[in-house]
Ligand binder design. Structure first.
Ligand SMILES: C[S@@+](CC[C@H](N)C(=O)[O-])C[C@H]1O[C@@H](n2cnc3c(N)ncnc32)[C@H](O)[C@@H]1O
Length: 234
Protein backbone atom coordinates (compact mmCIF):
# COMPACT_ATOMS: atom_id res chain seq x y z
CA UNK A 1 0.00 0.00 0.00
CA UNK A 2 1.32 3.40 -0.91
CA UNK A 3 2.01 5.82 1.95
CA UNK A 4 -0.03 9.00 2.01
CA UNK A 5 1.83 11.89 0.29
CA UNK A 6 2.74 14.70 2.68
CA UNK A 7 2.36 18.21 1.24
CA UNK A 8 5.66 19.87 0.35
CA UNK A 9 6.95 22.33 2.95
CA UNK A 10 6.21 25.95 2.05
CA UNK A 11 8.71 28.07 0.17
CA UNK A 12 9.35 30.52 2.99
CA UNK A 13 11.37 32.97 0.90
CA UNK A 14 8.65 33.18 -1.76
CA UNK A 15 5.97 33.65 0.89
CA UNK A 16 7.93 36.46 2.50
CA UNK A 17 8.65 38.13 -0.85
CA UNK A 18 4.95 38.02 -1.78
CA UNK A 19 3.72 39.45 1.51
CA UNK A 20 6.36 42.13 1.87
CA UNK A 21 5.91 43.03 -1.79
CA UNK A 22 2.19 43.49 -1.12
CA UNK A 23 2.96 45.85 1.77
CA UNK A 24 2.03 43.35 4.50
CA UNK A 25 5.09 43.24 6.80
CA UNK A 26 3.62 40.61 9.11
CA UNK A 27 1.44 38.86 6.52
CA UNK A 28 3.65 35.81 6.11
CA UNK A 29 3.53 34.36 9.61
CA UNK A 30 0.02 32.91 9.67
CA UNK A 31 0.23 31.39 6.15
CA UNK A 32 3.56 29.84 7.09
CA UNK A 33 2.24 28.22 10.28
CA UNK A 34 -0.91 27.09 8.46
CA UNK A 35 1.01 25.62 5.52
CA UNK A 36 3.02 23.37 7.82
CA UNK A 37 -0.05 21.33 8.58
CA UNK A 38 1.16 20.49 12.07
CA UNK A 39 4.77 19.75 11.08
CA UNK A 40 6.01 22.48 13.37
CA UNK A 41 9.53 21.12 13.36
CA UNK A 42 9.87 22.56 9.85
CA UNK A 43 9.63 26.11 11.15
CA UNK A 44 12.92 27.96 10.57
CA UNK A 45 12.86 28.97 14.26
CA UNK A 46 11.76 25.61 15.65
CA UNK A 47 13.24 24.87 19.05
CA UNK A 48 12.32 22.63 21.95
CA UNK A 49 12.38 24.23 25.36
CA UNK A 50 13.16 27.79 26.38
CA UNK A 51 15.73 29.92 24.64
CA UNK A 52 19.08 29.37 26.42
CA UNK A 53 19.33 33.11 27.14
CA UNK A 54 16.27 32.80 29.37
CA UNK A 55 17.76 29.90 31.26
CA UNK A 56 20.78 32.08 31.97
CA UNK A 57 18.74 34.06 34.51
CA UNK A 58 15.72 36.37 34.54
CA UNK A 59 15.72 40.00 35.62
CA UNK A 60 12.51 39.69 37.65
CA UNK A 61 12.04 36.76 40.03
CA UNK A 62 8.84 34.69 40.20
CA UNK A 63 6.13 35.07 41.22
CA UNK A 64 5.38 38.01 38.98
CA UNK A 65 3.39 38.70 35.85
CA UNK A 66 5.10 37.80 32.58
CA UNK A 67 4.13 38.63 29.04
CA UNK A 68 5.62 36.73 26.11
CA UNK A 69 5.53 38.69 22.85
CA UNK A 70 5.35 36.71 19.59
CA UNK A 71 5.21 33.49 21.58
CA UNK A 72 5.17 31.15 18.57
CA UNK A 73 4.86 27.56 19.79
CA UNK A 74 4.97 28.71 23.39
CA UNK A 75 8.00 26.94 24.83
CA UNK A 76 9.33 30.08 26.54
CA UNK A 77 5.89 30.84 27.97
CA UNK A 78 5.42 27.29 29.26
CA UNK A 79 8.84 27.32 30.89
CA UNK A 80 8.07 30.63 32.63
CA UNK A 81 4.73 29.30 33.84
CA UNK A 82 6.54 26.28 35.25
CA UNK A 83 8.75 28.63 37.26
CA UNK A 84 5.71 30.24 38.84
CA UNK A 85 5.19 33.37 36.71
CA UNK A 86 1.62 34.32 35.85
CA UNK A 87 2.00 34.22 32.10
CA UNK A 88 0.14 35.80 29.24
CA UNK A 89 1.52 34.85 25.83
CA UNK A 90 0.43 36.28 22.52
CA UNK A 91 1.11 35.93 18.84
CA UNK A 92 -0.58 37.37 15.80
CA UNK A 93 -0.80 33.98 14.10
CA UNK A 94 -3.90 32.11 15.30
CA UNK A 95 -2.44 28.80 14.12
CA UNK A 96 0.63 29.36 16.29
CA UNK A 97 -1.47 30.20 19.34
CA UNK A 98 -3.61 27.07 18.85
CA UNK A 99 -0.47 24.97 18.41
CA UNK A 100 1.10 26.49 21.53
CA UNK A 101 -1.95 25.63 23.62
CA UNK A 102 -2.01 22.07 22.25
CA UNK A 103 1.73 21.65 22.80
CA UNK A 104 1.53 22.77 26.42
CA UNK A 105 -1.88 21.51 27.58
CA UNK A 106 -1.01 21.57 31.26
CA UNK A 107 0.57 25.02 31.37
CA UNK A 108 -1.54 27.68 33.07
CA UNK A 109 -1.17 30.39 30.47
CA UNK A 110 -3.47 33.00 29.06
CA UNK A 111 -2.85 32.34 25.34
CA UNK A 112 -3.92 35.27 23.18
CA UNK A 113 -4.09 36.11 19.50
CA UNK A 114 -2.94 39.73 19.38
CA UNK A 115 -0.90 42.00 17.17
CA UNK A 116 1.98 43.85 18.78
CA UNK A 117 1.45 46.62 16.24
CA UNK A 118 -2.21 47.05 17.26
CA UNK A 119 -2.23 46.11 20.90
CA UNK A 120 -5.64 45.43 22.41
CA UNK A 121 -6.56 47.68 25.33
CA UNK A 122 -6.99 44.75 27.71
CA UNK A 123 -3.41 43.51 27.39
CA UNK A 124 -2.02 44.77 30.67
CA UNK A 125 1.64 45.69 31.26
CA UNK A 126 3.64 42.99 33.05
CA UNK A 127 6.58 42.83 35.44
CA UNK A 128 8.57 40.79 32.96
CA UNK A 129 8.24 41.08 29.20
CA UNK A 130 10.02 38.51 27.06
CA UNK A 131 10.65 38.97 23.37
CA UNK A 132 12.64 36.30 21.48
CA UNK A 133 13.36 36.92 17.80
CA UNK A 134 10.14 38.69 16.93
CA UNK A 135 11.42 42.19 16.17
CA UNK A 136 14.28 40.82 14.05
CA UNK A 137 11.72 38.95 11.94
CA UNK A 138 9.95 42.21 11.11
CA UNK A 139 11.09 44.46 8.28
CA UNK A 140 12.61 47.82 9.19
CA UNK A 141 9.51 49.81 8.37
CA UNK A 142 7.62 48.57 11.44
CA UNK A 143 10.44 47.96 13.87
CA UNK A 144 10.37 51.24 15.75
CA UNK A 145 6.65 50.81 16.31
CA UNK A 146 7.18 47.21 17.46
CA UNK A 147 9.89 48.18 19.96
CA UNK A 148 7.89 51.08 21.32
CA UNK A 149 4.88 48.79 21.71
CA UNK A 150 7.04 46.32 23.65
CA UNK A 151 8.10 49.20 25.89
CA UNK A 152 4.48 50.03 26.70
CA UNK A 153 4.02 46.47 27.94
CA UNK A 154 6.62 46.82 30.71
CA UNK A 155 5.02 47.81 34.01
CA UNK A 156 6.65 50.46 36.22
CA UNK A 157 9.58 48.81 38.01
CA UNK A 158 9.47 45.92 35.53
CA UNK A 159 11.95 44.60 33.00
CA UNK A 160 12.14 43.36 29.46
CA UNK A 161 14.37 40.52 28.31
CA UNK A 162 14.98 40.80 24.58
CA UNK A 163 16.76 38.23 22.43
CA UNK A 164 17.55 39.60 19.01
CA UNK A 165 20.06 39.41 16.19
CA UNK A 166 22.20 42.51 16.20
CA UNK A 167 24.62 43.70 13.55
CA UNK A 168 27.88 45.33 14.52
CA UNK A 169 26.98 48.38 12.38
CA UNK A 170 24.23 49.86 10.22
CA UNK A 171 26.19 48.86 7.10
CA UNK A 172 26.34 45.24 8.21
CA UNK A 173 22.63 45.28 9.05
CA UNK A 174 21.75 46.69 5.63
CA UNK A 175 23.69 44.09 3.69
CA UNK A 176 22.80 40.99 5.72
CA UNK A 177 19.94 38.88 4.37
CA UNK A 178 17.18 37.61 6.59
CA UNK A 179 15.00 36.80 8.31
CA UNK A 180 16.16 37.28 10.91
CA UNK A 181 17.16 40.70 9.61
CA UNK A 182 19.77 41.89 12.11
CA UNK A 183 19.03 45.09 13.94
CA UNK A 184 21.44 47.99 13.66
CA UNK A 185 22.78 49.10 17.08
CA UNK A 186 21.16 52.52 16.62
CA UNK A 187 17.71 50.92 16.27
CA UNK A 188 17.70 49.94 19.92
CA UNK A 189 17.18 53.61 20.79
CA UNK A 190 13.47 52.99 20.17
CA UNK A 191 13.31 51.21 23.53
CA UNK A 192 14.76 54.26 25.24
CA UNK A 193 12.22 56.43 23.44
CA UNK A 194 9.60 54.12 24.95
CA UNK A 195 10.89 54.85 28.46
CA UNK A 196 13.09 51.76 29.00
CA UNK A 197 16.66 52.02 30.26
CA UNK A 198 19.37 49.56 29.33
CA UNK A 199 20.45 47.31 32.19
CA UNK A 200 22.74 44.95 30.29
CA UNK A 201 23.68 43.80 26.81
CA UNK A 202 25.47 40.45 26.52
CA UNK A 203 26.55 38.54 23.45
CA UNK A 204 29.11 36.10 22.10
CA UNK A 205 31.60 36.92 19.37
CA UNK A 206 30.13 38.11 16.04
CA UNK A 207 29.49 35.44 13.39
CA UNK A 208 30.93 35.47 9.88
CA UNK A 209 28.38 38.13 8.81
CA UNK A 210 29.38 40.51 11.63
CA UNK A 211 26.17 39.74 13.56
CA UNK A 212 25.53 38.41 17.02
CA UNK A 213 22.62 37.08 19.04
CA UNK A 214 22.26 39.47 21.95
CA UNK A 215 20.61 39.20 25.34
CA UNK A 216 19.35 42.66 26.16
CA UNK A 217 17.82 43.53 29.51
CA UNK A 218 15.89 46.78 29.86
CA UNK A 219 14.07 48.25 32.80
CA UNK A 220 11.34 50.80 33.47
CA UNK A 221 11.75 53.01 36.51
CA UNK A 222 9.23 52.41 39.28
CA UNK A 223 6.60 55.00 39.98
CA UNK A 224 7.79 56.85 43.11
CA UNK A 225 5.99 55.54 46.17
CA UNK A 226 4.83 52.32 44.51
CA UNK A 227 6.53 48.93 44.57
CA UNK A 228 6.24 46.24 41.92
CA UNK A 229 3.71 44.33 43.96
CA UNK A 230 1.07 46.76 42.70
CA UNK A 231 1.70 45.80 39.08
CA UNK A 232 1.99 42.09 39.90
CA UNK A 233 -1.47 41.97 41.33
CA UNK A 234 -3.02 43.78 38.37
C1 LIG B 1 10.73 34.05 14.60
S1 LIG B 1 9.26 33.68 15.38
C2 LIG B 1 9.79 33.42 17.06
C3 LIG B 1 8.77 32.72 17.88
C4 LIG B 1 9.17 32.48 19.33
N1 LIG B 1 9.38 33.74 20.03
C5 LIG B 1 10.38 31.60 19.42
O1 LIG B 1 11.44 32.08 19.82
O2 LIG B 1 10.27 30.43 19.05
C6 LIG B 1 8.42 35.26 15.48
C7 LIG B 1 7.02 35.15 16.01
O3 LIG B 1 6.48 36.44 16.17
C8 LIG B 1 5.15 36.45 15.73
N2 LIG B 1 4.84 37.83 15.34
C9 LIG B 1 5.34 38.52 14.29
N3 LIG B 1 4.84 39.76 14.25
C10 LIG B 1 4.01 39.86 15.31
C11 LIG B 1 3.17 40.90 15.79
N4 LIG B 1 3.09 42.08 15.16
N5 LIG B 1 2.44 40.68 16.88
C12 LIG B 1 2.50 39.47 17.53
N6 LIG B 1 3.26 38.45 17.11
C13 LIG B 1 4.01 38.63 16.00
C14 LIG B 1 5.13 35.46 14.58
O4 LIG B 1 3.85 34.97 14.27
C15 LIG B 1 6.08 34.39 15.10
O5 LIG B 1 5.39 33.41 15.84
Amino acid sequence: MLGRRRPAPPDVDALIDDELGAGRPTGWFEPLYAALGGRQELLPWYREGPHPYLEGGLPVPAPATALVVGCGLGDDAAWLAGLGYRVTAFDLAPTAVRAAGARHPDAEIDWRVADLLELPDDLRPADLVVEVHTVDHLPGVVRDAAMQAIATLVAPGGSALIVTRLATSREVADRTPGPPWPQAPSELAAYRAGGLLRVSLEHPEPDEHGCLEVRLVLGRAPVPGEDRGDASSA
